[in-house]
Design a protein around this ligand. Structure first.
Ligand SMILES: [Zn+2]
Length: 176
């Protein structure tokens, strides 16, 4: 028996690669197109790929359900000036629900802050620390404990008078 069909594995990788490129181009056209522009851009692209691998493993989801893009609201200070922060979006293929995270600098590369509605005023805040699927589970469990991260207390993030905001948290953040 002869065949011209490539071996199954090779075809599978090529097909998945094309799908991944198209998906990334659609989801983050700006980031995808500029990734080769400068060494810094490529470095950020490669670093974000590692972020996606790490959080995918922690949350037990496929890597291709994670997208890391520029955070429109947060920047990092670097020696060469501010650069856009990472906004991590995990889309649940089973439900279509999107979960959004930002890095947790108290545990770089190992934990993240879940962006979610403040229980007091519903504003989106970095509400709780997540390092494993169990952390997310406890956050979602009505019988679980609510662990509000310090980062969530910044009054600038909340509606005026929200009880979850604590005035000293902003100054603590600034001096850290
Ligand atoms: Zn609030």
């Amino acid at each position: 028996m002869t065949t011209t069909t490539p071996p199954g594995l090779a075809a599978g990788v090529a097909e998945r690669a094309l799908h991944a490129a198209r998906a990334y181009r659609a989801a983050d056209p700006h980031g995808f197109h500029r990734r080769h522009d400068t060494p810094e851009e490529w470095n950020r692209w490669a670093r974000r790929a590692r972020v996606a691998r790490t959080i995918a493993a922690a949350l037990q989801v496929p890597e291709n359900s994670v997208l890391v893009t520029d955070d429109p609201h947060r920047a990092y200070r670097t020696r060469t000036g501010p650069v856009p922060g990472d906004l991590i979006t995990v889309t649940d293929s089973a439900t279509g629900r999107a979960w959004r995270f930002i890095p947790d600098f108290t545990t770089p590369g190992e934990g993240w802050l879940l962006l979610d509605g403040c229980p007091g005023c519903a504003a989106e805040v970095p509400l709780t620390r997540i390092a494993t699927l169990a952390d997310l589970g406890e956050h979602l469990d009505p019988d679980g404990d609510l662990h509000v991260a310090d980062d969530a207390r910044d009054p600038a993030l909340h509606q005026p008078g929200c009880a979850f905001a604590t005035p000293d948290s902003a100054s603590r953040r600034r001096t850290s």
